[in-house]
Design a binder for this molecule. Structure first.
Ligand SMILES: Cc1ncc(COP(=O)(O)O)c(C=O)c1O
Length: 482
C-alpha cells in the first residue's frame, strides 16, 4: 500500500474505532476531535453487539461498492416512487440539506476505503450508499398537504444482521438504500419474513413520540418464532425504532398533518436451496412520512364488501402473524373490489363463512347501543395494537367491550362499524355490502363512536391528551452517527 493510501486508510480506521471509544492513540484522538464519519452503533449491549471496527469497515466497503452503481440504483429508486411523490416535492429545508450532506460525506468516505479491501461474502445484505441519491430525490421539503400513504424515501434506515444460531450484530443507522440479495435468499424463495407497522408523531411542543413500540417488538418476536427466524431482542427493536425516527426527524410531519410510518422488517436473507430456515437474517427499520390511508382523508367513511369465496387465513395457519406472505393473496380480491367502487374487503372465517375476521389490513369493530364487539383473537386475525388500544379506551368510556365471534348478520344490523390499524387509524365504515345487499351506517357519515375513538386515540398519539397509560415513548436526540 502506498504511503498516501495507507495514511487515508489509517485515518478512516481511526475515526471508526475512535468513535467506538477504543482507540486512544493520537490518530484516534484526532479522529474523535473531527467527529465520526460512519454510522456505526457502538454501545455494548446485553444480548446483541455492535459491529466491530473491522466489520464497520466492511460496511463502508459494501456501501462504497454500491456507490459505484449509484446511477443505476438512483434510477431504480426513482421508478419505484409513485409519481405523486415526486410531484409533491418542493424546495428543501436547511436541516434536510444538512442531513443529506452528511450522507454524501459518508458515501465519499466509504468510497475512499473501498479499493483497499477484498470483496464481501456473497450472502451479505449490503446497504447501498446510493441512498444519498435516493434521499436527494426525496428530501425536498414535502408538501404535507398533498401527502397520502405513498412511499417517500427518507435519509436513513437502521440495520442489524444475524447468523442462524449467532447473535445480532448492529450496523446502526445507515443511509437508506437498496439491498443486495442472493437469488437463493430464503425471503425471496420461501417468504421467510415478518414486518411491523408503527408510527411516530410530532407534538406541538416539538417532541417526537412513538406509539407503543414495545407492543410491536413483542409481536415481531412472536412472528419470528412462527416463521423460524431468530427474534430481534426487544431492547434492540425499540432502540432501532427510536434511532430511525431520530435520524429522520426532518421527515416527521408537522403536528396534525400526518406521521412518520415506521416499517421494521425481519427477513431471511441468507441463501438456501432446500426448504429450511435461512443461514442469515437482516433486520431493518425504514420509514416514510404518511397521511391518510384511504382516499378522501382521515375519517372519510369507507365502503366495504364482504368476500365469500376467498379467505385470508384458516385455523392453524399464519393469520395472526404479520408475515409477508399474508398480504399478496389479498390483492386479487382487493383490486377487484376497488374496481367495483369499494374501499376494501371484509373477510369471513374459513370454517363457516359466517363470522367476521378482519379487513385486508385492519381490524373490525361494530357498535350496538353501548356494546362494542370485535372478533376475538383465535389465531386467524392479526392482534392489532390499535385494536388493543381501542378496546381499553372504549372500556374506560363505559362501553361493554366484547371480543368474540361476530357474525355478518349481526354486522348488518349494527348501529355503527369502524376499522382500526396503525395505517388506517380509526376508519368509520359508511356501508357494508353482503350477498348483493348494502347496509349504510350513520347515513354514510362518521358515527359518534368512531369519532370519539379517533379523537381520543390521535389526541394521545399527538400529545394533545394526557397519556395516562404510558403508551407514548419519547424519541431521544441520538447523534446521527449511532
Ligand atoms: C391484517 C392486519 N390486520 C390488522 C392490522 C392492524 O394492526 P395494528 O393496529 O397493530 O396496526 C394490520 C396492520 O398492521 C394488518 O395488516
Amino acid at each position: 500500500m502506498c504511503r498516501a493510501r495507507r495514511r487515508r486508510f489509517d485515518s478512516t480506521r481511526a475515526s471508526i474505532v475512535a468513535r467506538a471509544g477504543v482507540d486512544s492513540t493520537p490518530a484516534g484522538r484526532r479522529a474523535r476531535a473531527r467527529g465520526c464519519t460512519l454510522r456505526v452503533a457502538i454501545e455494548p449491549r446485553p444480548r446483541w453487539r455492535a459491529r466491530s471496527a473491522a466489520r464497520a469497515s466492511r460496511v463502508a466497503r459494501s456501501s462504497a461498492r454500491d456507490a459505484a452503481r449509484a446511477p443505476q440504483s438512483r434510477a431504480t429508486t426513482a421508478t419505484t416512487m409513485p409519481a405523486t411523490t415526486h410531484a409533491t416535492m418542493r424546495a428543501t429545508s436547511a436541516r434536510a440539506t444538512r442531513a443529506r450532506t452528511t450522507a454524501t460525506a459518508t458515501t465519499a468516505r466509504a468510497r475512499a476505503t473501498t479499493t483497499r479491501v477484498a470483496g464481501r461474502r456473497p450472502t451479505r445484505c449490503a446497504v447501498s450508499a446510493s441512498s444519498d441519491a435516493a434521499h436527494a430525490e426525496a428530501s425536498g421539503a414535502i408538501d404535507w398537504h398533498a401527502m397520502g400513504f405513498g412511499l417517500t424515501t427518507t435519509a436513513y434506515m437502521f440495520k442489524a444482521t444475524c447468523e442462524l444460531g449467532g447473535e445480532w450484530v448492529v450496523e446502526g443507522v445507515v443511509p437508506y438504500g437498496d439491498l443486495s440479495l442472493s437469488p437463493a435468499s430464503a425471503v425471496l424463495n420461501y417468504g421467510q419474513g415478518v414486518f411491523e407497522g408503527m408510527k411516530a408523531f410530532r407534538t406541538s411542543e416539538g417532541e417526537l413520540l412513538v406509539f407503543r413500540p414495545d407492543e410491536n417488538a413483542k409481536r415481531c418476536e412472536e412472528g419470528a418464532g412462527r416463521m423460524s427466524m431468530p427474534a430481534v431482542p426487544r431492547d434492540l427493536f425499540r432502540d432501532a425504532v427510536l434511532r430511525t425516527v431520530s435520524a429522520n426527524a426532518e421527515y416527521v410531519p408537522p403536528v396534525g398533518m400526518g406521521s412518520l410510518y415506521l416499517r421494521p422488517l425481519l427477513i431471511g436473507t441468507g441463501a438456501i436451496l432446500g426448504l429450511g430456515p435461512a443461514p442469515s437474517y437482516t433486520f431493518l427499520v425504514y420509514c416514510s412520512p404518511v397521511a391518510s390511508y384511504f382516499k378522501g382523508g382521515q375519517l372519510t367513511p369507507i365502503d366495504l364488501t364482504v368476500e365469500e369465496t376467498y379467505h385470508r387465513a384458516a385455523p392453524g395457519g399464519s393469520g395472526s402473524t404479520k408475515c409477508i406472505g399474508n398480504y399478496s393473496p389479498v390483492l386479487k380480491v382487493q383490486l377487484e373490489a376497488k374496481k367495483r367502487g369499494f374501499s376494501d374487503v371484509m373477510y369471513l372465517d374459513a370454517k363457516e363463512n359466517k363470522y367476521i375476521e378482519e379487513v385486508s389490513s385492519c381490524n373490525f369493530f361494530c357498535v350496538k347501543g353501548k356494546t362494542i364487539s370485535t372478533p376475538s383473537l383465535q389465531g386467524t386475525i392479526l392482534p392489532g395494537i390499535t385494536r388493543k388500544s381501542i378496546c381499553e379506551l372504549a372500556a374506560a368510556r363505559g362501553f361493554t367491550v366484547e371480543e368474540r365471534n361476530v357474525s355478518i348478520d349481526e354486522v348488518m344490523n349494527a348501529d355503527e362499524c369502524f376499522c382500526t390499524g396503525t395505517a388506517v387509524v380509526v376508519a368509520p365504515v359508511g356501508s357494508v355490502t353482503y350477498k348483493g345487499k348494502t347496509v349504510k351506517f350513520c347515513d354514510g357519515k362518521v358515527g359518534p363512536t368512531s369519532q370519539a375513538m379517533y379523537d381520543e386515540l390521535t389526541g394521545i398519539q399527538q400529545g394533545k391528551l394526557p397519556d395516562e397509560r404510558g403508551w407514548n415513548v419519547k424519541v431521544p436526540k441520538f447523534p446521527i452517527s449511532g
